[in-house]
Design a protein around this ligand. Structure first.
Ligand code: MEV
Length: 292
């Protein structure tokens, strides 16, 4: 008899604008990265799964098993991922979503989107402590979204005919620590968060008007604010500087920060390819190009 295998998939994400300020109720805009995926396989095992409550994968699997009233079932879980971990690309949310889908598939149970999102955010609490819900929402979306914590989200059309270069500094980001750092600044963080919130509005206006200069300029200003807030890193600052010097319309760190990825806005594919090559020469360990 062939053994049942449960399969779940999820894609990654990148934040265009609004990391950190989204935690405090300002709007954020994020994009799904549909070609950068996690796949999870679940099958039966002769041993009970060891649950490590500090690990988002374990937490996601356990949350799914508990939801299905199958916490005592013996299963094994394997992850295959193209999403680099701890780089602000939503690896923890994508792993959680893929794992939850795989557990439900293994037990032939249907899974509603709201239940999936609640379970994924339970796992995100382990990775992020106080997640805004932006990462899980974007990893569950097929289109770019505008997201406001506790209010909801709307889909955004992104027909800018431009390209976004994503470059990995190679340094692990530390979302939990970065979120705690901002929280510990207390009211000193407020002016930065407020300006980041306004820049998210500017970028939304720029996207609606298809004005790449507005979008790019606001991205670079957001990087400045995030750096002042203390959540960027020397490596991200360096790659942002390289992108700006190479003529990108704008560039910023993306995600929780203290490492992770930067993004840069380019007018077209040719410019994006040239910039990606330059960023790799200057130390980026990987680059991706997304059409916007
Ligand atoms: C992390 O990808 C984004 C942050 O804004 C945290 C969150 O939204 O929960 C830094």
């Amino acid at each position: 008899m062939t053994q049942k295998i449960g399969i779940g998939r999820a894609h990654s994400k990148i934040i265009l604008i609004g990391e950190h300020s989204v935690v405090y109720g300002y709007s954020a805009i994020a994009l799904p990265l549909k070609n950068i995926e996690v796949v999870c396989h679940v099958q039966s095992s002769d041993q009970a799964l060891e649950i490590d409550i500090a690990d988002p994968l374990s937490t996601a699997v356990f949350a799914a098993l508990e939801f299905l009233d199958k916490a005592d079932e013996k299963i094994s879980v394997q992850i295959e991922s193209n999403v680099p971990a701890k780089r602000g690309m939503g690896s923890s949310a994508a792993v959680a979503i893929a794992a939850i889908r795989a557990v439900f598939d293994y037990f032939d149970q249907s899974l509603t989107l709201p239940d999936l999102e609640i379970l994924a955010n339970q796992a995100e609490i382990i990775a992020h402590e106080n997640p805004s819900g932006l990462d899980a929402k974007t990893c569950l979306s097929d289109t770019a979204i505008k997201f406001i914590r506790n209010l909801g989200f709307s889909e955004m059309a992104m027909d800018l005919e431009a390209c976004l270069v994503i470059a990995d500094t190679g340094i692990h980001g530390h979302t939990r620590e970065a979120v705690a750092k901002v929280r510990n600044l207390e009211e000193k963080a407020l002016p930065y968060l407020h300006r980041l919130g306004k820049l998210a509005n500017t970028i939304e206006i720029g996207i609606l008007a298809k004005d790449l200069l507005i979008v790019g300029q606001a991205m670079s200003q957001a990087h400045h604010e995030l750096n002042q807030l203390g959540v960027s890193s020397p490596e991200a600052n360096r790659l942002v500087g390289v992108a700006q010097a190479q003529g990108a319309l704008g560039a910023k760190m993306s995600g929780g920060g203290l490492g992770g990825c930067i993004i840069a806005l380019c007018r077209h594919q040719e410019e994006a390819v040239a910039l990606a090559t330059e960023l790799e020469k200057e130390g980026a360990v990987n680059t991706w190009i997304e059409n916007l």
